[in-house]
Design a protein around this ligand. Structure first.
Ligand SMILES: C[S@@+](CC[C@H](N)C(=O)[O-])C[C@H]1O[C@@H](n2cnc3c(N)ncnc32)[C@H](O)[C@@H]1O
Length: 287
């Protein structure tokens, strides 16, 4: 099975054949190292029961490692040239597995439906500049995703997995915690990519958790999180004044939720944000 995976010469030959000039805007850094994709698939804990959603399959480096272990791979690729080439690459290198693959030529930030059975796992080497919105969007849009592993910029991996209290803890950390228990699953150096990026990468493994509440919709909890971190130097009483209608109303909601109004957002976990959303004061009647 090793010879199916793409090495440096394969990646360059495929890119050359397509006349591809990798773009930074689309985060096109392709993995040229078979050991890295093997490690991603192993740490993602993908098995024969999994329908894997892969974002940005590119030239197929990771796709070719996922196909032998998953029941299906649905690969969403925004670059139409790459999306068109992928089935041919798989047909050439792994013809026995070609019928396990669906390629969807689309922007992963916009997909809300996929062909075939619902995805159970998300595994991706994500484009750097849209990694956080892509992960959060897909976890929201596809509740069938139970687990996964994504490769992102190392700092973003730190943010997605941070707990309250630190400098890197912020909106991505709390929203990720709404959906899943996430942990750092290691680092990946620059040399395994072509072209080499100018940042290191990190792996984030996650398992879906039950949302902390069903009493208020997710978007109401996310509105509190956004407001608290929009002015992260301010106390919650001040930062949530707009959300509650006034600083006094914010203070009342915070006290009712059992949260110190003089604390800052960076001190709270997702459960505390959820309690605040549950105690939102009713909007004043106009007129
Ligand atoms: C970091 S590369 C990974 C390529 C391949 N998976 C690998 O590991 O070699 C990111 C890929 O995501 C694609 N991409 C960028 N933005 C995207 C988006 N919004 N939706 C889907 N694919 C996207 C790029 O064209 C590129 O193929």
């Amino acid at each position: 099975m090793g010879e199916r995976l793409l090495g440096p010469a394969d990646v360059r030959a495929l890119a050359g054949g397509l006349g591809l000039r990798p773009t930074k805007t689309l985060g096109q850094n392709f993995v040229i190292d078979a050991n890295t994709v093997r490690r991603i698939v192993r740490d993602a804990d993908v098995g024969p029961e999994d329908v894997v959603l892969e974002v940005g399959p590119g030239l197929g480096s990771l796709t070719l490692a996922l196909l032998p272990v998953a029941s299906r791979v649905v690969a969403v690729e925004v670059d139409p040239v790459l999306a068109q080439r992928l089935p041919e690459t798989v047909a050439e290198r792994a013809p026995d597995l070609a019928d396990r693959l669906n390629v969807v030529p689309a922007d992963a930030l916009r997909v809300t439906e996929l062909p075939g059975p619902p995805p159970t796992a998300l595994v991706a080497n994500l484009p750097y500049n849209v990694a956080v919105p892509v992960v959060l969007h897909l976890l929201g849009a596809f509740p069938s995703i139970r687990h996964g592993l994504v490769m992102v910029q190392a700092e973003v991996a730190d943010r997605l997995t941070a707990g309250p209290g630190g400098k890197v803890y912020g909106v991505p950390s709390v929203k990720m915690a709404w959906y899943a228990r996430a942990r750092r699953a290691g680092n990946v150096g620059r040399a395994v990519f072509w072209p080499a990026p100018n940042v290191d990468s990190g792996l984030v493994a996650f398992t879906r958790r039950e949302p902390p509440t069903s009493a208020v919709p997710r978007k109401e909890v996310f509105a509190v999180i956004d407001a608290a971190f929009a002015q992260r130097r301010k106390t919650l009483r001040a930062a949530l004044a707009g959300w509650a209608g006034s600083a006094a109303a914010a203070e009342e909601a915070l006290r009712a939720a059992g949260v110190d109004p003089t604390a800052r957002g960076e001190a709270l976990d997702v459960t505390a944000f959820t309690r605040i959303a549950e105690h939102r004061p009713p909007s004043p009647t106009i007129g």
